[in-house]
Design a protein. Structure first.
Length: 404
């Protein structure tokens, strides 16, 4: 199947795996750095793309270097609100109608900027864009689906004192405590704060996430935080299977009650199972069956995976093809629009061309994004919204088929 890019752009879409600090506009990053006296390797877009945000990376560590600069400028309410507002409009302008944006609030806490200020600043930016678009003629007169958003808070599997002033102070206070226990405490503190801000302030904090290096930092160290949000009816997603094997995905599901899996690339990698797994292929088969039966959705980020794991080689080798064959619930996401130089339209176009996706597969992939979202509103409201989106999607495809 081949769909023109303008049709893919027009289709209503989601992005359920979208990092705020990896998705700034490059010109905004440069402008904020100049205003806040943050040193960059270059103060031109061409220079930053050559030195930092390259088309290809040697590994995940190199890929993550860009976040040193993006986080360095997100140090006040004005900057956080601005990048959220711009990110919302960048998505709206390419037909994305629902986003869930994740970030680690504790990375931005510093004197004069507490956790609540960090989260409310981001919320203000998204809310402003949402209000502007949803009151526009496109929605009120033409009947396009409105734009909505949710916020996902990221706990970190591991951090060091240099990660942020907040983490530095935490490590200093608990200097006799093993670092993994400090990381666990930080996750639980974040979980408590997110539930409070959701319940007391009405901020659409729709989910809790665990990010950072998987190897050596097991999800089990964050069980208390996930148990807390689980018991307080907050949705859960976990970065798993990005740089580690199927066991990481299984642990996210069983220990952390994951509703969705971030990346999940190594789901089909029995060779990465540990020595305790007697029959790796059987383990993978059963894990896939469990994911399918439970309708656990995988947030797929093809371009990002190709950049952080050069061993994948060609797009054809990406595991999304196997996910399609297995009829798993999987939706395409950007991960980081700036760092990966991508959009949702780019990701869909890449997958369509690479795996010769049928119209049915494309529809399922996009609809999964809406149906398996952590939508903040009541269930009946969500059902009406999803139905509106599906009808709008079907009308676009029907009109395209008529003209071709």
């Amino acid at each position: 199947m081949i769909l023109p890019r303008d049709v893919i752009t027009a289709l209503p879409k989601t992005d359920l795996h979208l990092h705020l600090d990896g998705s700034l506009r490059l010109n905004t990053l440069i402008e904020l750095a100049k205003e806040r006296n943050v040193e960059l390797p270059s103060y031109t877009e061409e220079g930053m793309n050559e030195l930092v945000f390259r088309p290809h990376y040697a590994n995940l560590v190199e890929y993550l270097q860009g976040f040193n600069y993006t986080c360095a400028v997100l140090i006040d309410e004005e900057a956080l609100e601005r990048v959220a507002y711009e990110l919302a409009w960048d998505n709206i302008n390419e037909g994305v109608r629902y986003i869930e944006v994740r970030f680690a609030p504790q990375l931005h806490i510093r004197p004069g900027l507490d956790l609540e200020q960090v989260v409310t600043s981001v919320d203000r930016g998204f809310k402003k864009a949402e209000k502007e678009y949803n009151s526009s003629a496109a929605v009120t007169e033409k009947g396009e689906p409105p734009f909505h958003y949710g916020i996902i808070a990221c706990a970190m599997r591991f951090f060091v004192a240099e990660s942020s002033p907040y983490y530095h102070n935490l490590i200093d206070v608990f200097r006799e405590t093993p670092l993994e226990e400090v990381c666990s405490m930080a996750s639980l503190e974040l979980a408590r704060a997110m539930v409070r801000l959701r319940d007391e302030k009405g901020i659409p904090i729709v989910g809790f996430d665990l990010a950072g290096a998987e190897a050596g930092h097991p999800a089990s160290e964050h069980i208390k935080a996930y148990n807390f949000v689980h018991k307080n009816f907050m949705h859960k997603t976990v970065h798993a299977g990005e740089a580690y094997g199927p066991e990481s995905i299984f642990q996210a599901i069983t220990d952390l009650h994951a509703d969705r899996i971030g990346h999940g690339y190594h789901l089909f990698s029995p060779n990465l199972c540990g020595p305790s797994i007697a029959n790796p292929q059987q383990y993978v088969d059963r894990l896939c069956r469990h994911i399918a039966d439970s309708r656990i959705t995988i947030e797929v980020c093809m371009t990002s995976n190709l950049q952080t794991n050069p061993a994948i080689g060609k797009p054809e080798n990406h595991a999304f093809g196997k996910m399609l064959d297995a009829n798993l619930s999987a939706t395409l996401c950007t991960d980081n629009r700036l760092v990966s130089h991508t959009t949702v339209t780019d990701e869909l176009e890449l997958a369509i061309k690479t795996f010769d996706m049928s119209l049915s597969q494309l529809r399922n992939t996009i609809v999964y994004g809406f149906k398996r979202s952590f939508y903040f509103g009541p269930y009946n409201e969500r059902r009406r919204y999803v139905r509106q989106v599906i009808n709008y999607y079907d009308d676009i495809i029907a009109n395209y088929n008529k003209s071709h």
